[in-house]
Design a protein around this ligand. Sequence first.
Ligand code: UT7
Length: 331
Amino acid sequence: MSNLGQYNAGIISTGRALPIGKITNADLETILETSDDWIQTRTGIRERRMVTGDETNSDLCVTASRIALERAGLKAEEVDLLIVSTVTPDLTLPSASCLVQSKLQARNAFVFDLVAGCSGFLYGLTVAEKFIQAGTVKNVLLVGVDVLTPIMDWQDRNTCVLFGDGAGAAVITRVEAERGLMASKLYADGDKAELLYTPAGGTKNPANYGTVEDRMHYVRMNGKEIFKFAVKVMTESTLEVLNICELSPTNLDYLIPHQANIRIIESASKKLGLLPEQVIVNIERFGNMSSASIPVALDEAVESGKIKEGHLLALVAFGAGLTWGAAVLRW
Ligand code: UT7
């Protein structure tokens, strides 16, 4: 998917929202047979954020979106398309994006949800680009959001230590030819669906006493298989998008990888020949926030001044589905 359309699309602003609630590794030590040492060494995570009280997925979307819109100098009514990438909507019906549209009063936007696990922000970025390139819309608001703590099995140390809640928003619009998204590649392999899934709550196994008793509404994961897969596809898809642009990893100012496990990030970065300072990492503070990982990391890096205009960035992700992909863009 190289850039062939009428208009060039690029991210012009970002915003993020993280719940105030925190779970530290020390907190987890009190409820599980685990240790701060194991979690830090095996995953790189020290703490993660957690929604509390009435706080919801759509609330996080609204906070992150308002920041991104303000930074873009846009009013909510100027959004033509709103995409919410999530696997953890407030409700199964209607869509998360309809709830966000209402809270934001983005009255002129058409809206939809995008379900691609942790690769969702990359999928959304590519979809947004296609609408912009075609001239169908001008301003897209893309939110990568996940609220995973309510669907964690807090008795399963293989999963619950890894995930956290958060949202990252981006305004994507027409930009000059030398800026914006340069290439992206997206993939999926549904044969691997059961490596990371929630068995109940859909129409196949609607909620009943049995599904609750069997803890089927929580996330189940084969971490080892995903680990091996992730290192391979992160490396390959980053090289592939760089190749499309006739570039190599040495040309990159920053790689922003999905934040699932520091060992995955380090293995892939090493295979790509990147220096640690070329890789944006925030996993120690937030864990794996699925769709929100990349936009939150991007927003932090832009806000801190690390990422500057003209920088060459690669984004790369993998997640439930399985899905994966990468993108190259000029900031
Ligand atoms: O966005 C995509 C989402 N998923 C992922 O990215 C997951 C990718 N996978 C991973 O990050 C890693 O595979 C895990 C962090 C999930 C697990 O790390 P690992 O190094 O692959 O550990 P393991 O599954 O091989 O388990 C090693 C040992 C086992 O004990 P035994 O059988 O050797 O006695 C586990 O039971 O570590 C044990 N273990 C733990 N011990 C303390 C697993 N989880 C924990 C824990 N605390 N939280």
